[in-house]
Design a protein around this ligand. Structure first.
Ligand SMILES: Nc1ncnc2c1ncn2[C@@H]1O[C@H](COP(=O)(O)OP(=O)(O)OP(=O)(O)O)[C@@H](O)[C@H]1O
Length: 241
């Protein structure tokens, strides 16, 4: 039985008396890829911002690999690496320099830092391009550099908010292959939010759907999208009810 890496327990967020999320609960087991779906304004980014410690829930609990994000914040946040909205870089620095800068937050020893930067460049397929300035990178390369940044601290859970947005078909395929590699070779657990439902259907084991801040579905992809109904049809039917 695999450990639960992400446990969202009755999480709510209210802002200015408005309910953005209302008692949302679900969990994600280790080594799985979970798709977070919902129409525009459903609350996906709000949830992701809470899972990465950028904002606080107004109710409920979030456990990252068993650590409570509110009471054990530092330890809990070590378990997660994320790209929220777009990855942030210094465009006039090289990909390698961007990674080295960020690695200082995670690793104090210079030689260990250099080793980890080399490793993450290899994982995301950017070895050989680390001395090029980020402004010369394609969007696909920038997304992979963003994933390399998220991997620096070797987190159990990777959270990617709409990582495939704007990528061409080759970039989408490379991202897909990278996600499989992270899951299968490195044992990472991945939570991915996207509106590209065909793509989610190819990569996910689990699906979570929210609408207007409410949990609509949580379960195996194969239970949600059956042989007769693809993910897009099942999603549209669910959120149109
Ligand atoms: N700081 C804020 N103050 C008030 N309302 C907010 C704030 N941030 C987000 N919202 C509202 O919360 C709701 C959920 O927004 P959120 O960005 O989480 O949705 P989403 O599911 O990520 O949407 P999309 O698919 O369009 O990215 C929206 O109605 C949004 O207008």
């Amino acid at each position: 039985m695999k450990n639960t890496i992400l446990n969202v327990q009755s999480v709510s967020k209210k802002m200015k008396k408005r309910s953005l999320l209302n008692k949302v609960s679900f969990s994600v087991k280790g080594g799985g890829i979970c798709g977070l779906l919902g129409p525009n304004g459903a609350g996906k980014t709000t949830l992701i911002r809470m899972l990465t410690g950028l904002i606080k829930p107004t109710g409920g609990q979030i456990l990252l690999n068993g650590k409570n994000i509110m009471t054990e914040r530092k330890e809990a946040l070590k378990e997660v690496g994320a790209i929220v909205e777009s990855p942030i870089f210094f465009p006039y620095m090289t990909g390698g320099e961007n990674l080295h800068n960020l690695a200082r937050l995670h690793i104090s020893s210079k030689s260990e830092r250099e080793k980890r930067v080399c490793e993450v460049l290899g994982i995301v397929g950017l070895t050989g391009r680390e001395d090029d300035k980020v402004r010369t990178y394609s969007l696909g390369m920038k997304q992979r550099l963003g994933i390399a940044q998220a991997l620096l601290g070797d987190p159990e859970l990777l959270i990617l908010d709409e990582p495939a947005n704007g990528l061409d078909p080759i970039g989408v395929r490379e991202l897909r292959e990278l996600l499989f590699k992270l899951k299968e070779e490195y044992g990472k657990t991945i939570l991915i939010s996207s509106h590209l439902l065909d793509e989610l259907q190819r990569v996910c084991d689990q699906i979570v759907v929210i609408r207007e801040g409410e949990l609509m579905w949580n379960g195996d992809l194969n239970e949600f999208a059956t042989e007769n109904q693809n993910l897009e049809d099942a999603f549209v039917e669910l959120v149109s009810r």
